[in-house]
Write a protein that binds this ligand. Sequence first.
Ligand code: SF4
Ligand code: SF4
Ligand code: SF4
Length: 580
Amino acid sequence: MDIQLTINDIALTVPEGMSILDAARTINIDIPTLCYLNLHEMKLNNHIASCRVCLVDVEGRRNLAPSCSTPVQHGMVVKTDTPLAIQARRTMVELLLSDHPKSCLTCAKNLDCDLQALAADLGVRNISYEGEECEFKIDTSSLAIIREPNKCILCRRCETMCDDVQTVGVYSAVGRGFETVIKTAFDLPLHETSCTFCGQCLAVCPTGALMELDQTDKVRKALNDPNRFVIVETAPAVRVALGEGFGLEPGTIVTGKMVAALRRLGFDRVFDTEFGADVTIMEEATELIHRLEHGGRLPMLTSCCPAWVKFFEHQFPDLLDVPSTCKSPHEMLGVLAKSYYAETYGIDPKKITVVSVMPCVAKKYEAARPELGQSKVIPDVDIVITTRELSRMIREAGIHFNHLKEEDFDHPLGESTGAAVVFGTTGGVIEAALRTAYEWLSGQTLEKVEFEALRGMDGIKEAVIPIGDRDFRIAVTHGLGNARSILEKIQAGEAHYDAIEIMACPGGCIGGGGQPYHHGNVDILKARANAIYQEDRSKPLRKSHENPAVLALYKDFIGEPYGEKARQLLHTSFTKRRKI
Ligand code: SF4
Ligand code: SF4
Ligand code: SF4
C-alpha cells in the first residue's frame, strides 16, 4: 500500500513501511545520521536509533521522532528543519563530544570521521557539557586492527556488520549507561578471538574507534635503508579506488599514475599483484583438473582471501581439505620476487623487502602467517599497507598525484592479463579460472570470455557451465554470512558444486576494509566494479595462460604448474583454530 504524507510542505507518496528518513531522501532532503547504516544489497540494516541525530518534528507528536526508525504514516506532516529539531541534533552531538577524546587533529580518521563532519555541518562551536570521560584500554594485540574504545560512540554499526553480514560475532555492547562499551567475548584481545580481520567493521565505523594498523613508517624506514632492495606490488582493486583519495570520481582508473607515484616514493621495482593472480590461475586451474581426474574432494573453494581462510579455519575446521592450497596472489608474487627474480638478477633475497599495497586489512595479518614464506627468516611479503595508507604516503611526500604522467610496471613481474584484473571484484577469481580451465579441458578456444551469470552484487550467484562433455556447477559468494550459508548446505549434503569462489568483503576486494571509505554508498562499489571490467576489456590478453611472462616463469624456473617446485613455493596449508 502507498502512503501519502508531506515533508517540509512537499507532498509525496512512498511505499508502506518506509522510514521518514528514506522518504525524505526520495525528495532530496538529507537528514543527518550517525548510527544509521542501510546497504540493502549487502543486507545491512542498522537503525537502532541510538545516536538521535536524525530527530524530526512530526505534527501531533509531543516528542521529536528519530526519522531512521519511524515509519511513514498516512497524512503525516513532517518538518525536518525546525529550530527545535536542529537544536536537538546539535545537543545530541554535543553530548557525544562531551565524552569523546579531543584529539581530532592527531586521529588517524581526521577529515574522514562522520562525527567530526556532523559537528561541522551542525555548527557545533561549544561543548556545553563537561564531566568525566571514559578510559578504556586500547587493543593493539592484532597485526591488522587497532581498537580505541574511548573514541567509540556506541553506534553499534560494527556489531551489526560483524554479526549480521559476516556472522562472526566478535563484538557485543556490555555494561550500562556511562560504563557501556563494545567488547569482545571475555574481553579477549582481538587476536585471540575468531576475528577474520576482514576489516568490514572498521569500514563502517563512523569514528576512529576502529582503524587499521598503520605500517607506513616501516615502509619509509625500508625505503631509506641503502642496504634494502624495496619491491612494491599493487592489487587489482587498488587502481580503481586510489584516485578517490585525490578527489577523483569513484571508478577512475589510475594504474599509470599509481605506478609513477610509487617510483617517486623511491621503490626500486614496481610490480603488479596481477602477475601473481595469473600464476594463481595456472595453479588453481591445474589443481581443479587434478582433483577431477584423481577423485579429489569437491567442490574446490578459492583460497586467495585471507579473511575467508581464517573464517573457515575457525568455523569449519572439518573442511580444511576443501579449499585450494594456492597461496594468495600477493604472496605468490612475493615469493617469486625473492626467488625467481632475485636469482635472475643476482640479488640476495635477504636484502629484498616486499611491500604489498592492498585493498585489504586481513593481508596485514596474512603476511605474518608462519605457513607463508620460504623460511621463518624470509617471509614472502614483509609489509602490507592499504589503499588508504598509500594515499596518505603520496600526500605526505607532496606528490601532485593528479598531474603525474602515466608509467608502466616493471618487467617481468609487472605483466598481466585481463583475467588477473577481474580478481578485484566478486565473481572475478572463478571467471578467470574458467577462462583457462575451459580451454585446457575442452581443447577449444573460448571466444566469449565474460561469464555474466557470475557477475553483479547478488550475495550468492550460481551457474552451470558446459565444458566439453561435462556440466560444471559453479557458485560465487561474497560476505562471510553468505559463505556460511553455502558451507552449511555442503556439510549437510544439500548443495553440490564443482567450484566456489568466496570473498569475505561485500563486493569482493573493491569493497575491502582498506579501501577509501564508501560511507555506506553502494554506488561507489558499483563504479569500482565497472572500472575493473573496463580495465579487463582494454587488455590485449585476457586469459592467464596466455601471459608470456608467466609462461617464461614456468619454462625457466618452476617447471609444471602444480608440480613439485610449484607446490613448494606457491601452495600453503591451513590450521585448525578454536571458535571464540
Ligand atoms: S574484522 Fe571482520 S570479523 Fe573481525 S570484528 Fe571486524 S567485522 Fe568482525
Ligand atoms: S567501534 Fe565504531 S562502529 Fe563500533 S560502536 Fe563504536 S563507534 Fe560504532
Ligand atoms: S575480499 Fe579482498 S579485501 Fe576483503 S578480506 Fe578478502 S582479500 Fe581482503
